[in-house]
Design a protein around this ligand. Sequence first.
Ligand code: ADP
Length: 430
Amino acid sequence: MLSFPFYADEKDKFSSASAGKTLTNYVIETKKPLLANLDLKKRFVKEGKLEHQGSLSKLWLGVPLKIKGKVTGVLAVQSYTDENAYNESDLKMLEFVSDQISISIDRKKAEQDLKAALINATESDRLKSAFLTNISHEIRTPMNGIVGFTNLLKEPDLSYEEKQEYINIIEKSSDRMLNTITDLVYISIIESGQVKISISDVNINEETENLFSFFKPEVEKKGMKLFLINSLPTKEAIIKSDREKLYVILTNLIKNAIKYSHEGSVKFGYLKKGKYLEFFVKDKGIGIPKDRQLAIFDRFVQADIEDKNVYEGSGLGLSISKAYVELLEGKIWVESDEGKGSVFYFTIPYNTEKKEISESNDTKIEDKSESQDKNLKILIAEDEEYVYEFLSIILKKIGEEILYAKTGEEAVEICRNNPDIDLILMDIKM
Ligand code: ADP
């Protein structure tokens, strides 16, 4: 003869406040098997532990289904006709079955986790390989251009036009390499959490107009048109923001719009939407497949993973832009139709008040343009001699005297002996 409740006893706390008053929930909460006959059920109903729903079965048997010690369900059987349908050995049997089911669910879950981990690992491996191939391509290609055409420049019988053409290629290759390296530097600063926001007055109309003048020749060279839509009058277009970051974001988006388009027009500008300015850069270019529209904001990711179309780029521009937009408390997204074009949008707060958290260093910098008329005494501390030579050539215009230190110690010594030095340019790694 069994005494009821079987296993579950009065000490078992059953709140059932949120769970619903059923025997299943009773087993889930108490984590114990339960064999309940009509008498017990009626007692439970009276005690408020069970809600009377429909006709009560004569005997109810349930055991918890546990995965890694956590109850994830209940295995239950009930009889409406026979109040002696199950006994203790049935309960033991059901517990055994429940254990077996739990083990097999557990195994299946572990299998699925392993499969997911394998897919992830394969995907990151593929991304890593694509990134390495891409980056080495992005560095090697311009480097070949620079080295190859510098050698060609040594040829004695070159015409003026040939020389200009080679110099142009060298310039373009250097720009491309510098872009890749700059992007790599930006992304490592972002990843290390070292990015500082520098807030100052930014006249956005001025910024967009400068970008318009800068990119117009490049767009027209491709036989396309560039349009700018500024929606605020200049006096309302001065906001508190980080000019440099805004410039980088817009430059990346416009460069991409030009790079990934072969005809039509590129339009960019902004609209004021409530407390935000919503910038847009629209092109009629190759577009982005729907399933790549989120991934392209991740670092080193290109829409065309295999790089079949061999567009220049390291897959960093958008992730840098995204990080900057978020630092400026905005959002960035894309709407695109493959083969028809893309519109990149981002928002930044329309903030005309000074921000306390991100006081700018820029704003404190005095206008030193006057000093350009002066003849300065400049110290260049640099261990690479060719860098010193390059700097001394370009600094000749403003420098009356240019001093050179090859080591940090030499630099300190020169400073001690020349307290009237106006400007020191020092290699950050010395
Ligand atoms: P990349 O240096 O490769 O251009 P980005 O991070 O700027 O890197 O862009 C990531 C990828 O997003 C690009 O490789 C390209 O596949 C896709 N993409 C970005 N902008 C556009 C655009 N305007 N039109 C089509 N595809 C674009």
